[in-house]
Design a protein around this ligand. Sequence first.
Ligand SMILES: C[S@@+](CC[C@H](N)C(=O)[O-])C[C@H]1O[C@@H](n2cnc3c(N)ncnc32)[C@H](O)[C@@H]1O
Length: 160
Amino acid sequence: MIILLILALFVAVSFGLTAISAAPWVPLRKKDINALLKDLNLSHGKVFVELGSGDGRLLKAAGNTGAMVIGYELNAFLWLVSYFRLLGTPTAKVYLRNFWKRPLDKADCVMAFLVPRTMPRLAHKLGKEMQPGSRFISYVFALPGKDPAQKHRSWYIYDF
Ligand SMILES: C[S@@+](CC[C@H](N)C(=O)[O-])C[C@H]1O[C@@H](n2cnc3c(N)ncnc32)[C@H](O)[C@@H]1O
């Protein structure tokens, strides 16, 4: 009983913390994954970073392109799920980390699915850290103050 309570507390704290930090967990639609991969334009040697990588489905699919794939996830429960999901994908790694504190200057492509209130802070971070020639995709919500190169289905594509 105590173990169940501790487990429930662990899950509740994990989900609560991340909702406050940037966004609660809402998975992207499974049917969008292949189209997203095309727009990310990944290939061997490229570096892809997902900010708030959830259950790791996109990381796994991206890892299969041969690109070097990195996910940051602050929810310990989701991190664990994605850690096991990625065991057979050596090109993809997920870290239990706060993405606000991770640098993006080595990334060719970055993707995030956050909420409107965190988009201004994200736009500021990307503006400082994304390198010329890199690409950012925001699922559902637009970045304030920057025109997208393209809008495709329910995401915005930004070229830096
Ligand atoms: C809207 S969900 C998107 C999840 C993922 N794209 C998917 O399809 O499963 C946002 C994710 O960001 C995570 N998150 C929120 N704040 C974070 C932070 N500061 N650092 C790392 N991850 C964070 C949440 O736990 C959640 O998994």
